[in-house]
Ligand binder design. Structure first.
Ligand code: GUN
Length: 281
């Protein structure tokens, strides 16, 4: 079998066109959507992600503010910036790029963001709303994955979805969204025994571990949809996911490439969440 590709760039383009239209309508009313992005420290990877987020805002008519701070910034200083942005009427979404330096309690910082500006959907009240089926903001990466499944008309209801990875950013909210869409969900983590036993039974396989090649072709059910959330570098320094792409392409029905799969969708759904925050404000 040769898999079909779910093209995250193409789907993003379609959704972003709609976002830009709605953003322009708000701007015409003097209510341009605004996103603030805070980065603390000098992680190269985070800088690339954040730059892409800002650039995508600019390209789609969303006002953006980028605040970059030295790794020595104190927790109190960061909390004070978040409080100021909570009260800034031009800002509808606040994103604090994770991970934060070890001396800052990321839970405390996330809880300081006004829930109605928490476009990442990480605040406990947003996590609770998601869990109880009344989401205000769906976390961007899992939301993008759901849009990818929707784009291929995949019948999620009744399917067995296996999520590999149980982070607050991807794995846990992903499992919740799939469950609410009617899937039977298995969540695997770094301690799961015989991972392949679970993944081989997946109709939908979402892999978000940050470990290159954790899923190989022999661990995939023929015809399955394989969604690769990983963002790693191979030995030659080339971007790659968590799934052995060549192996997956021989077995899966659908696969997402890295780059050009989930990555652009994460940013697209951030734009959607920021737009909706502004529309609600
Ligand atoms: N770090 C990795 N992914 C994300 C994300 O979606 N949001 C934030 N704030 N930080 C991240």
């Amino acid at each position: 079998m040769t898999s079909k590709i779910i093209d995250g760039n193409l789907l993003s383009k379609q959704i972003r066109t709609e976002v830009a239209k709605r953003a322009a309508a708000l701007t015409a009313q003097g209510r341009q959507p605004g996103l603030a992005v805070i980065l603390v420290g000098d992680s190269q990877a985070s800088q690339v992600y954040v730059r892409n987020k800002i650039k995508s805002c600019e390209e789609n008519g969303i006002h953006s503010v980028f605040e970059k701070y030295d790794a020595s910034m104190t927790e109190a200083e960061l909390l004070s910036r978040v409080h100021a942005l909570n009260h800034d009427p031009k800002i509808h979404g606040i994103l604090v790029q994770l991970p934060l330096p070890a001396h800052i309690d990321s839970h405390k910082v996330i809880e300081a963001i006004a829930a109605e500006k928490d476009v990442d959907g990480f605040h406990v009240s947003n996590a609770g709303l998601l869990m109880t089926g009344q989401p205000l903001f769906r976390p961007c990466t899992p939301y993008g994955v759901m849009k990818m499944l929707e784009s291929i008309d995949y019948p999620v209801r009744g399917a067995h979805a296996v999520v590999v990875g149980a982070s607050n950013i991807v794995g846990k909210p992903q499992a919740m969204l799939l469950l609410q869409a009617g899937a039977t969900v298995t969540i695997c983590n770094s301690k799961t025994r015989d991972l392949g036993h679970h993944t081989r039974d997946a109709d939908i396989l979402v892999v978000a571990t940050g470990k290159r090649n954790i899923v190989t072709g022999d661990m995939i059910k023929p015809g399955a949809v394989v969604i690769d959330v990983g963002m790693n570098r191979d030995d030659a320094g080339k971007l790659c996911g968590d799934v052995d792409y060549a192996g997956a392409c021989e077995v899966a029905g659908w696969v997402t490439p890295v780059p050009g799969g989930v990555g652009p969708m994460t940013i697209t759904m951030l734009l959607v969440n920021t737009l909706e925050a502004a529309e609600r404000s």
